[in-house]
Design a binder for this molecule. Structure first.
Ligand SMILES: [Zn+2]
Ligand SMILES: [Zn+2]
Length: 577
């Protein structure tokens, strides 16, 4: 049996700190915290911890040494411990930031007293850090050699004892109302792109223009959110603009007191059915020949009206004439009269409305959870039959549930959107499924309470969480993980799944990603399937266009976002209003 010394105060108890002599002679193991280490550092260097020569120092969660790149007390203290062997354990050696993370390794190498690079900052910078960041092969090779010398990596895939993780994607269909709300955002995007010189990304106001990346990101977030929560765009102050359009039509011969006039005005204000395909459209185009067309139909031909039997030719403007500050290099002829006729709606932000959302995803989730509950109940009963206990069924039932805790299915439900979490909470409560919430904004103490409920209350089936709660938790008793939306950040997805799929898990983990069919979510999943392919396309694109290409898209993420918007399409539920 080892003798343990613990350095630090335990839950308010003041413990007399052992002397260096006592540490060395009376104990085999010293357990302490990073906080204690930091506090022990002082100019006089008289901490008892620094006076003992240890056989081995082991730092758990050792990456915290590198989390700050400056020389912290913690790091100085860790470095000055005397030891024959130094170990450092971490699951995340470098933080997950978009820029270079490599510099965070160096403090760990310093602690390990790695001779070539750990104790020599200059050779680290010149030999590995700078070449690596400049994407030079030698930087990579040296780093690999270094890691071969000092790192033992054991990944989940190397561990044969962890049950498998079974991943699946469920594609779901919108309800009709929800589809309409999604299409409102799609029409805004499509309209913008079409009116910017007919899908020309070099137009400064086009959402496809690289300069619009900030607006594009916000919009993408809304489009993604609208796959989960229905909402509305308020179109305000459109009256004047629509009147301008009506005046132009009157100039061209429309009778201002006709029914047609009233109808066109109404459709421009509130949306209407496309004359060609009969689909409802929130912001339809009106042609100079007075045909109301949806975005799909009007986009079929840039030179003439696509209404059957009409074929009116638009007034085309050639790129040479079109050149102007908004678009210095127009790419193709543009239907001038058609574009000028369209009112330019001023649009407010998109407002999610979770209270009145009927979500296909949550309906699916509830159905799945009920099935799991049912299955759990059946397995409890079958055990009961085998052991042939003959007491009254009420008592029996309670016994089964308390004795047979292993059969209770525990589930993680993950969403990145607070509004979506609200929809899920509302519907779970309505369905009588007990859950605990662990997401931001929520005080840490409440998060801890939720976690305890989920861990210890056998009737609490689900833990509803967001990215703020995904780090470090051991929930290896969980058997199902529902990702309520596709996750762009692979490492975030891995973090969430790793709560359940880890050492200690005894049953296979089922991970299900929920996505709406035909939406941006399906586009995202396709993109994520083939990120390498997309990276290649991005590289080719930037080598083709040279320096301008490098600026064209700030990142793979940005490239993906433009791609989603360029290919965004309406979702049709089949029934026509
Ligand atoms: Zn149409
Ligand atoms: Zn027409």
């Amino acid at each position: 049996m080892s003798n343990l010394a613990s350095c630090g105060s335990v839950s308010g108890l003041i413990i007399e700190k052992p002397s260096a002599h006592s540490l060395a002679w009376d104990y085999d193991v010293v357990i302490t915290t990073f906080n204690r280490l930091s506090a022990e550092w002082g100019p006089r260097k008289n901490s008892p911890l620094m006076q003992v020569h240890f056989l081995r120092v082991m730092l758990d969660e050792g990456h915290t040494l590198g989390s700050s790149l400056s020389l912290t007390n913690k790091l100085q203290m860790a470095m000055s411990l005397m030891a024959s062997n130094r170990w450092l354990l971490t699951g995340t050696p470098t933080p997950n930031t978009p820029h270079s993370q490599l510099s965070h390794l160096q403090p760990m190498l310093r602690f390990l007293q790695e001779e070539a690079y750990g104790l020599n900052q200059k050779s680290w910078e010149a030999g590995i850090l700078r070449p690596f960041e400049a994407e030079m092969e030698e930087g990579r090779t040296r780093l690999l050699h270094l890691l071969h010398r000092c790192l033992i990596s054991s990944r989940k895939t190397d561990l044969k004892t962890i049950p498998p993780c079974i991943k699946k994607v469920a594609f779901l269909n919108f309800t009709e109302d929800h589809a309409r709300s999604y299409n409102e955002l799609v029409v805004t995007v499509r309209r913008n792109i079409l009116t910017a010189d007919w899908n020309d990304p070099s137009h400064v106001e086009s959402l496809l223009n690289p300069k619009q990346w900030k607006f594009r990101s916000a919009l993408i977030r809304n489009i993604r959110l609208s796959c989960c929560v229905a909402g509305h765009i308020k179109v305000t102050d459109a009256g004047e603009d629509i009147q301008e359009t009506m005046d132009m039509l009157i100039e061209k011969g429309l009778d201002p007191i006709s029914e047609e006039h009233a109808l066109i005005k109404y459709y421009l204000q509130y949306g209407g059915n496309c004359l060609r395909c009969k689909e409802w459209c929130r912001l339809p185009f009106i042609t100079p020949c007075r045909h109301l067309l949806c975005l799909d139909c009007v986009a079929l031909n840039s030179t003439k009206c696509t209404f059957p039997g009409c074929g009116y030719s638009y007034e085309m403007q050639s790129p040479e004439i079109l050149t102007r500050p908004e678009n210095p290099n127009p790419k193709w002829p543009v239907p001038k009269d058609l574009i000028e006729l369209q009112p330019s709606y001023k649009q407010d932000d998109w407002d999610p409305d979770w209270q009145s959302t009927s979500s296909s995803k949550v309906a699916y989730l509830v159905q799945k959870l009920k099935a799991l509950q049912e299955a759990g109940r059946e397995s409890s009963w079958s055990i009961d039959k085998d052991t042939q206990i003959s007491v009254s069924s009420v008592v029996l039932r309670q016994d089964c549930f308390s004795v047979n805790k292993a059969a209770v299915e525990k589930v993680i439900i993950f969403s990145q959107f607070l509004e979506h979490i609200h929809v899920i909470e509302q519907q779970l409560a309505f369905a009588g499924i007990k859950f605990a919430g662990m997401y931001s904004p929520m005080p840490q103490i409440n998060k801890m309470k939720s976690l305890a409920t989920f861990q210890h209350d056998s009737t609490c089936m689900a833990l509803l969480m967001d990215g703020s709660a995904a780090l470090g938790l051991d929930l290896s008793f969980v058997t199902h993980v529902f990702l309520m939306e596709p996750i762009w950040d692979r490492s975030m997805e891995e973090q969430v799944i790793s709560r359940a799929h880890r050492m200690g898990a005894t049953r296979p983990i089922n991970v299900e990603t929920l996505a709406m069919r035909g939406t941006i979510e399906e586009q995202m999943l396709e993109f994520l399937q083939d990120t390498d392919g997309c990276r290649r396309v991005l590289k080719e694109e930037s080598s083709k266009t040279g320096r301008e290409g490098a600026r064209l898209h700030r990142s793979l993420h940005d490239f993906a976002e433009s791609n989603y918007l360029a290919h965004l399409s309406f979702v049709h539920t089949g029934s026509r209003a």
